[in-house]
Design a protein. Sequence first.
Length: 151
Amino acid sequence: MPYFKLTAGFLLLGLAGCGTLGKDGPLATDSSGSEIRPLIPNRSLQISKSLSIPLEGLALGVALYLVVDPLSPNWQVEESRIAADRFRIALRRKLFSSGGDGEASQVFNRRAEQLARDHGHAGYTILEFSEGIESALPVAQRVSSGVIRLQ
């Protein structure tokens, strides 16, 4: 599901330049003499008397918001129980973020503390912890994982 927003954003960006039949009349003709009309009309959204936003700018803003999504958490956390008192915690940073490079250990520790509380334990011990970068398309992602033992 994380790639849905990325795909939708790139689709909006791609559609901004596509030519198709529209209601605004021809803007140009291609080499065969056919009319080229934009999918996004050459109009502006009038906000006030002195402020208007072009529709292609609005489409670009929506596409960027879908790709970056500044309100979503920077890290996706998954945990699995590997023994009665042991858990593996895996973290994956979102594709596009503004910061968060050094917070993997903080997110890991917060999740470990929450697991200890939820299972009625006073604390936890980190048995292993690693951080790295996983090569993936369209961009590489920061990942981290570790194993804890509840005490």
